[in-house]
Design a protein around this ligand. Structure first.
Ligand code: NCD
Length: 330
């Protein structure tokens, strides 16, 4: 397995000018150097996370609330581990056990979280825009852990870090995102992130799962997977997000696999060293075959999870610098 250094010769603005945002709600609107700064900062945490003692005291005494109104395994765990490794007190709120089930409005929940004096709030919600609504009501930084089909910024950042470490500079790479683009916040955030960093992004899906908005997103759309794969450096597969579908978007999972499933045979259309990615959870045998997902040389899927912790540590660190009074960030 090769690993290319991510240290870029890029000169970053000083202090808070390097990332002058209060929240991380999405990738849209971020400047390339802001994204690269987050990735550069994440590198130090990748190194720490490989050690046997993984404790840093940077967020000592701070409280991070993970408010998850939608199911999650890796994102919730990853944010929890990130906060704990940096010394913060991390509290998880699961909507299923919260007053949301008793009819409390999102704004009342936000006001409640705010009164508890959190230093950062991480939110996942099924509605696009819900995270912004909460961010407008609280005094601390808010990190979007996925809102509806809108954005999932830390996923795009961890994907970019994974690609950068494996392939070097992202600029000029051909990256194909295939699957349920229509319902995917991962696709949207990745499109913003990778195009901002200069990649050529292709998206591929059945016509029923290709959103119209793609015309404005600086990507090339395909409905034929073999055509999309030709010359690809990276192949990112997406799950069919049936929880966000009303009605049938595909004839059957079997037919979908036949046309859009990543098999060993089909992968031959991409570059011989093309990297395989998937944000998880995977539906093996539907969008991706196990033979491909578990290929230790080509698949970066477990590395994506590893990079997720480092990226979230960097985001928590950077966004709390102002409240911690870090020099240059007040
Ligand atoms: C993604 C999500 O929740 O949007 N998963 C994740 O965060 N790792 C993708 C998905 O659910 O398919």
């Amino acid at each position: 397995m090769t690993s290319t250094s991510t240290s870029s010769p890029h000169q970053f603005p000083e202090g808070s000018d390097a990332f002058p945002h209060r929240h991380l709600l999405g990738i849209a609107g971020l400047q390339p150097w802001e994204i690269l700064y987050l990735l550069k900062e994440a590198e130090q945490w990748v190194d720490l996370n490989k050690k046997s003692s993984k404790h840093a005291d940077r967020l000592d005494g701070l409280t991070v609330i993970n408010a998850f109104f939608e199911n999650s395994t890796r994102t919730l765990l990853s944010f929890e581990i990130a906060g704990k490794r940096m010394g913060a007190d991390v509290v998880n709120m699961h909507a299923a056990q919260s007053s949301v089930k008793k009819g409390e409005t999102l704004i009342d929940t936000a006001v409640t979280l705010n009164s508890m004096k959190a230093d950062a709030i991480v939110i996942r919600h099924a509605s696009s825009g819900a995270v912004q609504l909460i961010a407008d009501k609280v005094d601390c930084p808010v990190l979007n852990a996925g809102d509806g089909r809108h954005e999932h910024p830390t996923q795009a950042l961890l994907d970019a870090l994974t690609i950068q470490r494996r392939k070097g500079d992202i600029s000029g790479l051909t990256i194909t995102i295939c699957g349920d683009v229509m319902h995917s916040r991962v696709a949207r955030s990745n499109i913003y992130c990778l195009t901002t960093l200069g990649a050529k992004v292709r998206v591929c899906a059945p016509p029923s799962l290709l959103p119209d908005a793609l015309d404005r997103m600086n990507v090339e759309s395909f409905t034929n997977f073999d055509d999309a794969l030709a010359g690809s450096d990276v192949v990112m597969m997406l799950r069919l997000q049936s929880e966000r579908m009303s009605g049938d978007f595909i004839p059957s999972p079997r037919e979908y696999h036949y046309l859009y499933g990543l098999t060993k045979e089909r992968l031959k259309n991409a570059k011989p060293d093309a990297l395989i990615m998937h944000p998880g959870p995977m539906n093996r045998g539907v969008e991706i075959d196990s033979e491909v997902a578990d290929d230790l040389e080509r698949s970066a899927i477990t590395e994506q999870v590893e990079m997720g912790v480092a990226v979230r540590m960097a985001c928590l660190d950077i966004l709390t610098r102002k409240s911690r009074g870090v020099e240059g960030w007040s």
